[in-house]
Design a protein around this ligand. Sequence first.
Ligand SMILES: *Cc1c(COP(=O)(O)O)cnc(C)c1O
Length: 490
Amino acid sequence: MNFIQTRGYDENRPKTVTFSEAILSPIASFGGLYVPENLPELGEAFLLKHLHSSYKTLASDMLSHFEIDIDKEVIDEALALYDNFDDKNNPVPVVKVRENLYISELYHGPTRAFKDMALQPFGIVLSSIAQKRNENYLILAATSGDTGPAALETFKNRANVQVACLYPAGGTSDVQRLQMVTEDAKNLKVIGIHGVFDDAQNALKHLLASNDFKMALQEKNISLSAANSVNFGRIIFQIIYHIHSYLELVRQNAVNMGEKVYLNVPSGNFGNALGGYYAWKMGLPVEKIIISSNENNVLTQLIRDGKYDLRHMKVVNTTSPAMDILKSSNVERVLYDLFGEVRTRALMEDLESKNVYELTSSELATLRKYFDADFCNGDEGKAYIKETFEKNAYLMDPHTATCFKSYETCSNPEIKSIIYSTAEWTKFSPVIANALTGEKDAEDIIALESISKIAKLEIPAMVKGLFSKKIVQDTVIEKEDIAKEILKFL
Ligand SMILES: *Cc1c(COP(=O)(O)O)cnc(C)c1O
């Protein structure tokens, strides 16, 4: 299958590209994104066929319907990484928490957050494309905490790929920082910068656009790529777990095949939600996708009022930092799917030039057929963490907690809901400890221990081990020095 472009094409590049090409240079004409030419129609027959399949078998068959230009052996090798999750037979457990309310746990991979779901297989796919073309790639990543560890983990010691990962020094949790700075491999460079996440992100965008930097790389025979969540190579792996979670409900006799469910997604850059939208379009029985946000509630505003208005908004730091995003990039793919390339280009240009776009009332009605949304502030989130722990004996992280608000305000409780849990409690322990006991500003290790005592849960060995692991990546620099530091590493 070929890939087409959300904002039309500019005649400078090909009108359609292969999957490999869309992965290697994810930005399309006029700054748009690549989308599949058409989505495979799977329907109920596919669901019935895979009712008792393993995660990997389901994934492999779903991917084959996309007819992408990646060899089957490579796909199999990529999917085999799900064997390293906690339970090889069930990498994504779906747990009943209350009547009609189920949680799909997407965090059982090596870095304990849902980024592993897509980045683990993506690493193999990208490295194999690079080897096949006999090319070398530098992957740049800027992280507020979860993408960095997952990207380092997946590219560690992979051929033809080097990674430079930028993080705000002091701006991540201890666990997240230790996951990065203890990562020891010749092809990985972790760089702390004095600044906030936006500084890291801006530095990355600047490098991706810099001709000087590209020339300097070319001299070393290296091309530049990025592993951010607009990359379709990540999105494709995020369709699978929505289908899997539904099949789990059927297997648990929670729904009859064909019965519609809500998908409730804690959203930032909208990759997770987009995966659910594509799964729905491919035949999954969905009532509605509920988008949950934190105080950075631009998606709620869009889905409720049809307006994406950043004119008076500034990113605020919240207790769910992986969702502290205002430019939610993957929304563009939904706009394209619903309203076409001409309209998408006009809307995105409005956003770039005026910091705002507005849907017509009929466009808004169309969008609302698929989505509803609400946002949850930090105190509300902590109250849901405490209540769900005390009443339902279920421990969740602050990102997952945002879904409980929209569950109450946006869904019909008679219809089953799947809430997606995107991080393990170990990754955001100070917020959770604060929610459960009121203790404030504890260091991660203290918070981990107090939660472990209250919840009678072991701190996973991998997380505990981080605190005594040798720090091998100790570079912390000013943002002006990033390019120089990366070139030195290469
Ligand atoms: C990345 C992330 C999110 C947001 O997911 P998107 O696909 O960007 O919407 C939510 N929670 C956690 C813990 C994350 O790491």
